[in-house]
Design a binder for this molecule. Structure first.
Ligand SMILES: C[S@@+](CC[C@H](N)C(=O)[O-])C[C@H]1O[C@@H](n2cnc3c(N)ncnc32)[C@H](O)[C@@H]1O
Length: 320
């Protein structure tokens, strides 16, 4: 019953006070993260840069194909322990990580907005359900009553900016295999004054967790998943996107129902089309009302003659 939209979409994110794509080209990009500017490799920036000079505080220099990895080279001092940034009501720590990332994924901003629009925000004081200091985090009940609070699941949640963005709408379950990322996510919650919100912070293998939730008969109002091409679970479980995605989507479908609002799937760094992701959702959401859309995530450069830099592909189901 879910209709598959014919046209593919572009969800383009604009810069905001604490983040912007200043320029791109020649296989690289120049971005600002608060007070600091960084150059990182960007194979999709096939065009020429707009500006002759790129004045950056640091650059991530990739290693040779053999050695892989790479390292940061700094032109000026950048706080190694990180520095605070914000997106809307969410505060978090940006940091130059060994994996060329900066502690969050700015291209996810239009996704956080889209999800929040589908969920009704709550007049949040100290959080949902238990109120300030309760700390009681209700697991999403099979027969949940829709008392305004909407429960969401963030699989592969990393440092939790998406989780905190969703937490204004109700309980969130945050799952990531990395103890370090989940610890950083909890610190970001404290930084945002959201430590009291009903969020379950789980260090777990995403596929295993989803299968367990199906066995428990739990239901969610929304699910976001942003799986890497390859990853390891906390007990060394192996995640390979092409092998594991179909069964993970099967389980995610079982955690949603006709009253649910959305499932949002993003995929990056793989040779795959958003049409393929849409086809997978169309198979598994055929028995639910709603719409399936797909396309690309992109970031718009700031200023004149702005170009769109593609970053990932996506497919999403939204309930009626
Ligand atoms: C690209 S990041 C996700 C970014 C996140 N969506 C965000 O916007 O901040 C991929 C995440 O998947 C996690 N991961 C890798 N393998 C995993 C697995 N088997 N189970 C759960 N998380 C895993 C990594 O620790 C990493 O945080």
């Amino acid at each position: 019953m879910a209709d598959l939209a014919g046209q593919s979409l572009i969800m383009a994110g604009e810069g905001w006070a604490d983040y912007g794509l200043v320029d791109s080209g020649g296989g690289r990009k120049l971005e600002r993260y608060g007070l600091y500017r960084f150059i990182r490799p960007e194979p999709q920036a096939l065009w020429s840069p707009r500006f002759a000079q790129w004045n950056a505080d640091g650059e991530f220099v990739p290693g040779s194909d053999e050695e892989g990895g790479g390292r940061w080279q700094f032109a000026r001092k950048v706080p190694a322990e990180g520095w605070p940034l914000a997106w809307n009501d969410v505060r978090f720590t940006a940091q130059c990580t060994p994996f060329r990332h900066l502690g969050f994924f700015p291209d996810m901003a239009p996704v956080w907005e889209w999800m929040r629009e589908r969920l009704s925000p709550l007049p949040l004081a100290g959080g949902v359900g238990g109120g300030p200091g309760s700390g009681a985090v209700p697991a999403p009940s099979p027969s949940r009553k829709r008392e305004g609070a909407m429960s969401t699941l963030n699989l592969f949640g990393y440092t939790g900016v998406g989780t905190l963005a969703l937490s204004r709408c109700g309980p969130v379950t945050h799952v990531d295999a990395s103890k370090k990322s989940v610890a950083q996510a909890r610190e970001n919650a404290a930084l945002s004054g959201m430590a009291e919100r009903p969020i379950r912070w789980l260090v777990d293998d995403a596929a295993k967790f989803a299968a367990r939730e199906v066995r428990r008969g739990n239901r969610y109002d929304g699910i976001i998943l942003d799986p890497p091409k390859f990853g390891r679970g906390p007990a060394n479980e192996t995640w390979r996107l092409e092998e594991g995605l179909a069964s993970l989507i099967t389980d995610c479908r079982r955690l949603l129902d006709a009253n649910s609002r959305f499932l949002f799937l993003t995929v990056y760094a793989v040779r795959m089309s958003s049409l393929a992701l849409a086809g997978l959702l169309a198979e598994h959401f055929a028995d639910l009302p709603g719409t399936i859309e797909h396309g690309e995530l992109a970031i718009a450069e700031e200023g004149e003659a702005s170009r769109l830099l593609p970053t990932a592909i996506f497919a999403r189901w939204s309930g009626d």
